[in-house]
Design a protein around this ligand. Structure first.
Ligand code: MTE
Ligand code: MO
Length: 546
């Protein structure tokens, strides 16, 4: 057989597998889109990958891709699955039906992974539809080429995979001399090749469309749920006054004092955002307590709700980093709930779990402290919590990093002891307790952006949740530390904006910042990485002035 024929065959064989896989993935996304609380097999597989990935791999992914880490993972998963499709097509061509088996195995994965992740019987539907359609396309696509080949007036061609995907049998040729040379004739091979390509292309396009429609649909259903969520929010007993004008310096490039929900950083291990409705939500309070109890949504909203300004901080935030945000939360205090359960004297920790099994270890004293507003939050900035930020209920505890306190989709509070239970990140080398460290950040001038000489501002934010920030100092080119002007503070639990006038002269300048805590502590310049309990050091930038 001539190489030209073989090459064309290989391409068609791979295309056959890819088309089958795209139809499978697309139909699964479409079906999953109609069942918004059930992830598509693709999402389930990617989620499983997150779960089984070692801690260092996850940290690397966050470091390289930041909050785009999940998008990158989806892209990689899609590419791998397409690759498997192509390989299946090529295998089928060599040794049928080995390619069909590869696809069937992929189908088993699409069925098993969502099942193992506990999505219920309905959760099997996307994988089932995907497997059936992918196999149908895989088996039937080659027949399209054949049928066209058999059509009157159209002679044989050998580039389309045969029905079983094997190397096409050399068919008895009526005319002599019609070997591989015919391949170059436009007419004979053209019709069946075109038919095959048209079908393969059309089916692939349909698969992509189905995937787009499916993801759009689940997005729309989610928005509908979010709107319904706002209507069910409890009314706060006490509200906060509007954010005072003096809290927002309004400097271009400076982080706004209240972070819009859409810009709020997101850090979690949940590849599939749990879709937990208020109706399905229940909270169990138990463990080393005299009076365990459970709460449903209606019990929850009957409690006292208040508004709280609090800045959330991720322990993985490097010095100068952006894994932090400030919101006005609507919540109810955890303290009365913990007291109601009557913890035993020996208890010193509350292990909170989310619906997907993630856990955080919060010191019990932080939740019982009358001076610390540890809450169960249901809304941020006037919006019901979006699923990404923990709907319908999450924890927020001022002064503790998120990994030991800010459990999203929280469904379980177990009163226990640090020497008895450990939490998700503790098991991966992070400190069991994570008090927030005194820190400050320079937002303006922006690194990498040209600055022209003349009067300008140096500005940023500083935080020491639960303690408060008393001052911020700035040092330019190793000179004296100069006090910055602080904006109006929203309270000890939030960051505060700061600014300093600066006469920028041409050249390269180094600017450093440090904060002073309300307890007199001066932010250390000793550099420490984020592991195991949060970064330290002064945020220092180099700025070129023209
Ligand atoms: N269920 C669950 N809750 C979680 C996490 C998680 O992985 N799963 N991550 C925590 C971490 S490390 C942080 S920093 C905060 C981030 O909250 P956000 O995504 O709303 O900004 O959520 C915390 N709550
Ligand atoms: Mo975090």
């Amino acid at each position: 057989m001539a190489t030209g024929v073989r090459t064309a065959s290989a391409g068609a064989a791979a295309l056959r597998g890819v088309a089958a896989v795209v139809v499978g993935v697309g139909s699964a996304e479409l079906v999953a889109g109609l069942l918004p609380s059930h992830p598509s097999p693709l999402a389930a597989v990617a989620g499983a990958l997150v779960d089984i990935a070692p801690g260092w791999a996850k940290e690397l992914a966050i470091e390289w891709f930041g909050t785009a880490d999940k998008a990158v993972l989806v892209a990689v998963t899609v590419v791998v699955v397409l690759g498997i499709g192509a390989v299946a097509g090529l295998l089928e061509r060599r040794r049928p039906p080995s390619g069909s088996w590869v696809l069937a195995l992929l189908g088993v994965l699409a069925l098993l992974v969502p099942a193992v992740r506990g999505t219920g019987v309905l959760g099997l539907l996307p994988g089932l539809v995907a497997t059936v359609l992918a196999l149908l396309v895989f088996r039937l696509l080659p027949q399209v080429g054949r049928r066209a080949r058999r059509a009157p007036g159209v002679s044989t061609a050998r580039f389309a995979p045969s029905e079983d995907g094997s190397e096409p049998e050399p068919e008895p040729e009526p005319e002599p001399g019609s070997g591989p040379d015919r391949e170059r004739e436009p007419q004979p091979g053209g019709a069946s090749r075109r038919a095959f390509l048209a079908w393969a292309g059309g089916l692939t396009a349909a698969g992509v469309l189905a995937a787009v429609a499916g993801t759009t649909m689940s997005g729309l259903l989610r928005t509908r749920d979010a709107v319904a969520g706002v209507l069910r929010l409890p009314r706060p007993r006490t509200t906060l006054p509007p954010v005072p004008a003096g809290a927002e310096l309004g400097i271009d490039g400076l982080a706004p004092v209240v972070t819009p929900v859409a810009d709020f950083y997101r850090v979690d291990t949940a590849f599939i955002v749990p879709q937990l409705s208020a109706d399905d939500w229940r909270l169990r309070v138990h463990g080393l307590v005299d009076a365990p109890f459970e709460l449903g949504w209606e019990d929850l909203v009957a409690l006292d709700f208040e508004e709280f300004d609090m800045t959330l901080m991720c322990v993985s935030n490097p010095v100068g980093g952006s894994y932090t945000g400030n919101a006005r939360w609507l919540g109810t205090r955890l303290r009365p709930l913990i007291e109601r359960a009557a913890p035993h004297a020996e208890a010193d920790m509350v292990l909170s779990s989310s619906v997907d099994g993630w856990t955080a270890s919060t010191p019990l004293e932080a939740l019982r402290d009358p001076d610390r507003a540890a809450i169960l939050a249901v809304a941020m900035n006037g919006e019901a919590l979006p699923p990404e930020h923990g709907a319908p209920v999450r924890m927020v505890v001022p002064g503790l990093y998120g990994y030991v306190s800010a459990t999203k989709w929280v469904v379980d509070l177990e009163v226990t002891r640090f020497d008895e239970r450990t939490a998700y990140w503790t098991d991966r080398g992070w400190a069991p307790r994570g008090p927030v460290k005194l820190q400050s950040r320079i937002d303006v001038p922006r690194v990498g952006r040209d600055l022209s000489a003349g009067p300008t501002s140096i500005a940023g934010v500083a935080w020491y949740q639960h303690v408060g920030v008393a001052g911020v100092e700035v040092r330019v080119d190793g000179g004296d530390w100069r006090p910055a002007e602080l904006a109006t503070s929203l309270g000890v639990d939030t960051w505060v904006q700061w600014r300093l006038d600066w006469e920028a002269e041409p050249g390269v300048h180094r600017i450093a910042v440090r904060a002073i805590g309300a307890n007199g502590e001066v932010q250390t310049d000793a550099r420490a990485g984020v592991v195991p309990d949060g970064a330290t050091g002064h945020h220092t930038i180099s700025i070129g002035v023209a």
